[in-house]
Each structure stands twice: as C-alpha cells, then as structure tokens.
Design a binder for this molecule. Structure first.
Ligand code: SAH
Length: 217
C-alpha cells in the first residue's frame, strides 16, 4: 500500500515534468494511469518514474517516458485504432498506446527476442492490459496478417523505413520511426497520395535488426 502511494507520487512528479515539456493533456492522463514500475526490472523500481531509459536486459532498454509521450502525441492516437508496434521490449510503450486506443482498439507488438516477448507479456498481464498482443518475429517485415494499421510505432532505430511497414500502413495513417545509425532522428511518416516525411528531433534508440534493418553480423 505504502509502495503504491510512493509510486503514485513519482508518477505525479513525472507527469508535471512532462507537462512543462509540452506533452498533451490526453497523453498525460494516460501516463498518470500506466504503472511504469510494473515494466522495469524489480531492482530499478525506485527509478521507474525518472525520465530516462533503463536497461531491461540483453543490451535493450525501456525508452524514456518523454520519448514515449512524444511519439504518442505525434501519432495522434484515437480510440478504436489498430496499431502495430515494432520492439515490445518491456511492454511499457505498448501499455501507453493501449490506454490511448481503449478497449475497442488493439495493438500488436512484434519483438525479435523470445525472452522479451515473455517479459512484455508478463508485465502487460500483471498491469491488466487485454488489448495488446506481443508476438515473436522480425518486425521489419511488419505483421501482414492483421494489416492494414492506422498507426505504426517503431521503437528501435532503422536504416530507413522498411518497405513492408509502409505497405501495411493505411492510407491516411501515420508512422513514428527513428532513422539512423550513429546519428539518429525521429521521423513522422504520413501515407497520403504520396508519402510525406517530417524530421522531428534527434534521438537515441537501440538498432532495429533484421531483414530490412541493420545486419546482426
Ligand atoms: N517499446 C519498448 C522499448 C524497446 S527497445 C519498451 O517500451 O520497453 C527496442 C526493442 O526492439 C528491443 O526489445 C529489441 O529487441 C527490439 N527489436 C530490434 N529489432 C527488432 C526487429 N527487427 N523486430 C522486432 N523487434 C526488434
């Protein structure tokens, strides 16, 4: 009980910090609701509401809260949408998206590391999310069986937009994707008649590996 109120205080401070950074009220409401401490390894519990990335194992990280918030704002997520995430990791970012799209929406999250698929599933289940499906696979190929998607959120840095992801995005849909190797930037890609790309800001993400990603060896 005392733990819970300590975490709630941490969450409140984090949300106030994010508000000063200009995050929308819609996303802030959701960030106040999602218990990030259920998604970080237990020994990082007291840092769960600090605004920086944390290691989750195998060289991977749970993104900083402001990055999750910013990407959600850029995507303009709405109730009932179908979303594809690449890189489930801890499942935290997926949980924030799940809250944004509500029970009538669904998010599919593809993760290439088996252990992290299990980790994200356990965390999401413990936190009570039923509208998220974590799946093992190479996310650079997307997830054709549930396409097309209203929104796509890529949480690792790609060499360029993987063609299957663009194909699986609805016309009128948006994709947030970090691009670059040593220097990375976050792009908002919109599929209209053509494809528009807007460079948003410099970022640091772990690499997207796979068929249309960086090579493992
Ligand atoms: N969204 C996560 C952050 C994950 S870090 C969270 O909220 O915790 C990026 C993740 O992308 C890592 O777990 C990594 O294993 C995964 N990844 C890298 N390349 C991938 C690929 N081709 N397909 C699926 N996942 C990939």
């Amino acid at each position: 009980m005392e733990e819970e109120s300590k975490y709630r205080e941490g969450r409140k401070r984090l949300v106030e910090h994010l508000r000063r950074q200009g995050v929308s009220e819609g996303v802030l409401t959701v960030m106040m609701r999602v218990k990030r401490h259920l998604f970080v390894p237990p020994h990082f519990g007291d840092q769960a509401y600090a605004d920086y990335p944390l290691p989750i194992g195998e060289g991977q990280t749970i993104s900083a809260p402001h990055m999750v918030a910013m990407m959600c704002d850029y995507l303009e997520l709405k109730k009932g949408e179908k979303v594809l995430e690449i890189g489930a990791g801890s499942g935290y970012h997926a949980a924030v998206i799940a809250e944004m799209i509500g029970d009538e929406g669904h998010i599919y999250s593809v993760e290439r590391i088996q252990w992290l698929v299990e980790f994200s599933k356990e965390n999401l289940q413990r936190a009570g999310y039923k509208n998220v499906t974590a799946i093992l696979g190479d996310g650079t190929l997307g997830l054709p069986e549930h396409a097309p998607y209203d929104k796509i959120s890529v949480t690792c840095a790609a060499p360029d937009v993987p063609p299957p992801l663009l194909e699986q995005l609805k016309t009128g849909g948006k994709m947030a994707i970090p691009i670059g190797k040593y220097r990375q930037a976050l792009y908002l890609v919109e599929k209209k008649n053509g494809v528009e790309r807007e460079r948003k800001c410099d970022v640091v993400f772990v690499p997207l590996l796979g068929r249309y990603g960086f090579k493992t060896k």
